[in-house]
Design a protein around this ligand. Structure first.
Ligand SMILES: CC(C)(COP(=O)(O)OP(=O)(O)OC[C@H]1O[C@@H](n2cnc3c(N)ncnc32)[C@H](O)[C@@H]1OP(=O)(O)O)[C@@H](O)C(=O)NCCC(=O)NCCS
Length: 180
């Protein structure tokens, strides 16, 4: 297995057009359809990083602030931000484009987590991710806090163990003599 891969190596860009079958009764893209596309583009990014079968472990909160209209072209970009043991956090950005009006708007950003598994569905180790650009480094740094938050919410981590997360709210936490 390759021990390290850059974030860029996992980049995936997917383009779709909103067709009548994808819309609700207001002629806007259905949320579930968008989440389906997000899941696919992010899974491909995680596969590119790990060269393994991957399963969706979690999707962080997605809010639908901007409706995407029938006929719009939707671009989804996904890239792995950081890998841990078997899991990978993927950052997804979505843009909606009204090509005749020459208008493109970023509509969504989200983080999904995928786990690489073997043929029996058991988690398996993935390569380390190396961030290169400033944005990649920023996303890499934040990934540890986001991981702790989602593992606490999923009741997989005791909040007491979330060192990086606690440090945001308790600046002295973790310093010599201040650890519980
Ligand atoms: C995801 C899955 C493989 C984890 O298996 P598990 O037996 O719980 O394995 P572990 O407890 O060893 O966790 C493995 C990794 O998953 C991560 N993980 C598990 N649940 C998670 C969650 N809700 N959010 C984020 N990461 C999660 C763990 O943090 C761990 O990461 P690490 O190896 O990088 O440290 C397993 O729960 C599964 O197969 N889920 C169903 C996946 C699926 O069908 N997805 C489609 C959605 S319908």
């Amino acid at each position: 297995m390759t021990k390290q891969k850059t974030a860029k190596q996992s980049e995936v860009v997917m383009t779709e057009m909103v067709l009548p079958n994808d819309t609700n009764t207001l002629n806007n893209l259905m949320g579930g359809k968008l989440m389906h596309w997000m899941d696919i583009v992010a899974a491909i990014a995680a596969q590119k990083h790990s060269n393994r079968i991957v399963v969706t472990a979690s999707a962080d909160s997605i809010s639908f602030k901007h409706p995407i209209a029938l006929g719009n072209v939707v671009t989804l970009k996904a890239q792995v931000t950081r890998s841990f043991n078997s899991s990978m956090e993927v950052f997804i950005e979505v843009w909606a484009e009204d090509i005749p009006a020459n208008k493109k708007t970023q509509t969504h950003r989200a983080f999904f987590t995928f786990v690489a598994v073997d043929q029996n569905g058991r988690p398996i180790e993935v390569p380390e991710l190396v961030p290169e650009t400033e944005q990649e480094k920023e996303l890499y740094e934040g990934a540890l806090r986001r991981r702790q938050l989602r593992l606490i919410l999923g009741k997989r981590m005791d909040p007491k163990d979330a060192v990086e997360l606690r440090a945001i709210f308790e600046p002295d936490f973790g310093k010599e003599g201040n650890r519980e």
